[in-house]
Design a protein around this ligand. Structure first.
Ligand SMILES: [Zn+2]
Length: 140
């Protein structure tokens, strides 16, 4: 069978493409975290140890993923920026008031399991990311 091998390869590739497209968001998320469990270091909630992200999801902004600032009440914060979290939810109306990142609105980000305040969810019209306070999370 001349060229049979190539045909099989093409057929297998087309199957792979279809099955990837058919995956739902939650399946993709599962795949993402399945991979993470094997290869990387989870980041967990400091209060209840729920897995909320991973070092592989650290986001570098202005050349760094660890940021320091003093809020309007004079409190000093350090937080890490991530582009993905799970087991979290946002709380409150997004606002641009005192925003640390120009043009981005923020809302609070809480742990879904223990409701501990983890940091903030930042977004503008085409971008979003998470800021997690260093004292609220643990690198494992
Ligand atoms: Zn928690």
């Amino acid at each position: 069978m001349c060229g049979g091998h190539e045909e099989v390869k093409e057929f297998m590739n087309s199957l792979l493409e279809i099955s990837k497209e058919d995956l739902t968001d939650s399946q993709l998320e599962y795949e993402l975290f399945n991979e993470m469990d094997i290869f990387e270091r989870p980041v967990v909630c400091a209060s209840c140890n729920t897995m909320i992200s991973d070092v592989k999801f650290l986001l570098s902004l202005e050349g760094r993923s660890l940021h320091h600032f003093i809020n309007p009440s004079g409190l000093r914060f350090s937080f890490y920026t991530f582009y993905y979290t799970k087991n979290t939810f946002e709380y409150g109306e997004p606002t641009e008031e005192h925003t640390w990142f120009s043009g981005y609105r923020w809302s609070f980000l809480l742990c879904e399991v223990c409701q501990s305040h983890l940091g903030w969810y930042y977004r503008n019209s085409d971008d979003s990311f998470f800021g997690l306070v260093d004292e609220k999370i643990k690198f494992t």
